[in-house]
Design a protein around this ligand. Structure first.
Ligand code: FO1
Length: 333
């Protein structure tokens, strides 16, 4: 069972991706396109979630959902393609909060999610309903059902994540982060099963501090990862000293670290078996303390996402306890 085989085989690989932000969603889309239907489970950061306009907003879940459904807005990275902004304009007219831009199409999803949560469905159940309605073949799991909220400690005081990220455009200097509520979060049955059964676990090129760390803050999740004998591979979100998108490099510097893929390895190394760095950082590969794959990690379109995913899956295959010979990448469906 080569991890990259896309044709119908009796045993299909089970691949888990940990994701947050736009980089995570792009990688998830690449993995989905490189794998047989239904082989991918994406565990998504919900530390960014918040209440806005009385609605339950899950930015990272929605970014993954829209990318996997092919409905993402390619310019913004987040939100829906072919978006309209009528409601936001009217909210502005009535003096409402307009710093967090919710489009009309996106709004419909937040309304339905909030309605279903109000009826007592879990976030896992609601997310599964949404992905089925959008025809997404992969499972999308919130990291947990309980509220865990990323709180950003800055030189200007504490800010809830979206206030730091969107309202203040990450301008305040980062001092520390906490994940409020993590102590009371529970590992969901679905996340537990996915990690237990995974043939490989891929850490998408997501911000290690505000996308991956909240996922790892769910009690028991880090231990499950450590116990898994299957390859756990992270893709560096830092290329040539810069974040591909977002504030990861700025955050590293503010935390007194060098903005380098090596800082990502230091940060996550205890749960990893392999690391993927961009060809621009090839000179660093000898300094990576794990088996490393050096390749082009920039994902601009579906073919580049799929090619990267296939390379990562082949790398994962080579790190499996019983690697299979000659995994054959196959073209897009
Ligand atoms: N990001 C922005 O920079 N500005 C926005 O106005 C904004 C609105 C928004 C609405 C819905 C949604 O699902 C995501 C949205 N995002 C926006 C992105 C999001 O806040 C961040 O990218 C993530 O939280 C970080 O991963």
């Amino acid at each position: 069972m080569a991890l990259t085989t896309k044709t119908n085989t009796t045993t299909k690989p089970k691949i888990v991706a940990l994701a947050g932000g736009v980089g995570g969603a792009k990688m998830a889309a690449g993995l989905q396109s490189a794998l047989p239907r239904g082989c991918l489970t994406v565990i998504v950061n919900t530390g960014d979630d918040f209440e806005h306009w009385g609605l339950h907003i899950c930015p990272d879940l929605d970014t993954v959902l829209y990318h996997l459904a092919g409905l993402n807005n390619p310019e913004m990275g987040w939100g829906r393609q072919d978006e309209a902004w009528t409601v936001l304009g009217e909210i502005e007219r009535y003096g409402g909060e307009d710093w967090f831009r919710i489009g009309d199409r996106d709004l419909a999803l937040h309304l339905r999610r909030t309605e279903w949560l109000g009826l007592g469905l879990s976030l896992t159940e609601v997310t599964d309903r949404l992905r089925r309605l959008l025809g997404v073949p992969s499972a999308i799991l919130p990291m947990c059902n309980e509220p865990v909220r990323t709180l950003v400690h800055t030189d200007e005081g504490d800010l809830p994540f979206q206030h730091y990220f969107v309202r203040r455009r990450c301008e305040p200097s980062l001092v520390d982060l906490s994940f409020v509520g993590a102590d009371h979060a529970l590992l969901s049955r679905e996340v537990h099963k996915a990690l237990k059964e995974a043939d490989a676990i891929i850490f998408c090129p997501s911000n290690p501090y505000v996308s991956i760390d909240p996922i790892l803050s769910v009690p028991g999740l880090r231990d499950l990862l450590r116990q898994s004998p299957m390859p756990k591979i992270a893709v560096s979100p830092i290329v040539n000293g810069q974040a591909i998108k977002g504030p990861a490099a700025k955050m590293m510097r503010e935390l007194g670290e060098v903005s380098s893929p090596l800082t990502v390895v230091d940060h996550l190394g205890d749960v990893l078996d392999g690391f993927v760095i961009d060809q621009a950082d090839a000179a660093l590969s000898d300094a990576v303390i794990l088996p490393a794959l050096v390749t082009d990690t920039i994902m601009t379109d579906l073919p580049s996402k799929q090619r990267l995913a296939q390379e990562i899956l082949a790398f994962a295959d080579s790190l499996r306890p019983n690697p299979l010979a000659n995994p054959t990448p196959t073209p897009t469906d």
